[in-house]
Write a protein that binds this ligand. Structure first.
Ligand SMILES: Nc1ncnc2c1ncn2[C@@H]1O[C@H](COP(=O)(O)OP(=O)(O)OP(=O)(O)O)[C@@H](O)[C@H]1O
Length: 302
């Protein structure tokens, strides 16, 4: 599989706040990836780092298999990470011509992209007359003008009505079916399940899960585990085949399970490794349940 982006141990700390903490994942060509997490979980910061607008505290990322400068990589990427911003009195074509000028690319793709996003018939209407959904679709057309290999969208359906949401989701699937890789950030599990083939789940800067969407529901819950020797315990857990992501909390490590475990056996193995557990709690909640619980009090997009 052709690699589009590889992120390795990427972190962004603002003082004591770990906006993104030790996140690693890979994006391969042809899939639709979602970064899923509640508000403040580090989605935009992650996108900002790989788009070279936020400086990482540590870690690394590599575009297109490496050997490509950031400057050249950005020419192969289409991204919308802010609210669509065009000149209000100018129409779609005039605005897109300006984008072509700024990006130093030809204007011959304008009609094709306007047709793709369903705005061809409104191409001579001033931007200020567009609905929010149309504005977002124009932004997508603008990001596609250079035929990027990957399209990056931050909360693409935020603030849209149900029809607008549907139009954007259909559009994303259509763009993906033409071979463009897509990476989108969303706080809506439902959106990611409907649109994405792969998902990276973030919570408070930590990655809880990375993998195919349809395998997300088949997680085996988590354990909360602790010992006075935290360093030794972390090493011990990382060696266990059942351990997925490991997150250090105040009261121990929360470990996502990749398979079912026998807690007595875990305890025995720990003792054999010289680790004396003072906590081992099995939580059978699936990742989906955890996510819903986490986001229950979050405002919805529409
Ligand atoms: N420039 C900054 N200075 C200080 N803290 C920041 C800065 N940018 C982001 N943060 C903090 O980092 C954390 C992650 O923010 P981020 O915007 O990446 O989250 P998000 O998942 O994209 O959330 P949202 O959907 O609300 O934008 C938050 O706690 C946020 O307050």
């Amino acid at each position: 599989m052709e690699q589009i982006l590889q992120i390795t141990n990427l972190s962004k700390h603002y003082g004591a706040l770990k906006a993104v903490d030790d996140v690693s994942f890979t994006i391969e060509k042809g899939h639709v990836y979602g970064i899923l997490g509640p508000n403040g979980s580090g989605k935009s910061t992650t996108l900002g780092m790989v788009l070279n607008v936020v400086n990482p505290t540590s870690g690394d990322y590599q575009w297109f298999g490496g050997g490509v400068s950031n400057h050249d990589a950005l020419k192969r990427i289409g991204a919308i990470i802010e609210r669509p911003n065009f000149y209000p009195s100018m129409d779609a074509v005039q605005n897109l011509k300006l984008v072509c000028k700024i990006k130093n690319i030809t204007t011959d793709k304008i009609n094709e992209k306007l047709e793709l996003v369903g705005l061809l018939s409104r191409k001579h209407s001033p931007f200020k007359t567009y609905s929010l959904g149309m504005k977002q679709r124009l932004a997508i057309a603008s990001a596609l003008l250079n035929d990027p290999e990957i399209l990056i969208l931050d909360e693409p359906t935020n603030g849209l009505d149900p029809q607008g949401i549907r139009a954007i989701r259909d559009l994303i699937q259509h763009i993906s079916s033409n071979g463009t890789t897509i990476l989108l950030a969303s706080h809506l599990l439902d959106e990611v399940e409907k649109v994405c083939s792969h998902v990276i789940v973030l919570r408070q800067g930590n990655m809880l899960y990375s993998g195919p969407v349809d395998e997300m529901n088949s997680t085996h819950g988590t354990i909360l585990i602790d010992a006075s020797d935290r360093g030794g315990l972390k090493y011990f857990i990382s060696q266990q085949s059942y351990a997925g992501s490991i997150e250090e909390l105040v009261d121990g490590f929360e470990v996502m399970l990749l398979s079912d475990i026998d807690t007595a056996q875990v305890n025995k193995d720990a003792v054999q490794a010289g680790i004396y557990l003072n906590k081992l709690l099995l939580k059978k909640q699936s990742l989906e349940d955890q996510f819903i619980e986490l986001t229950n009090n979050q405002p919805q997009a529409s």
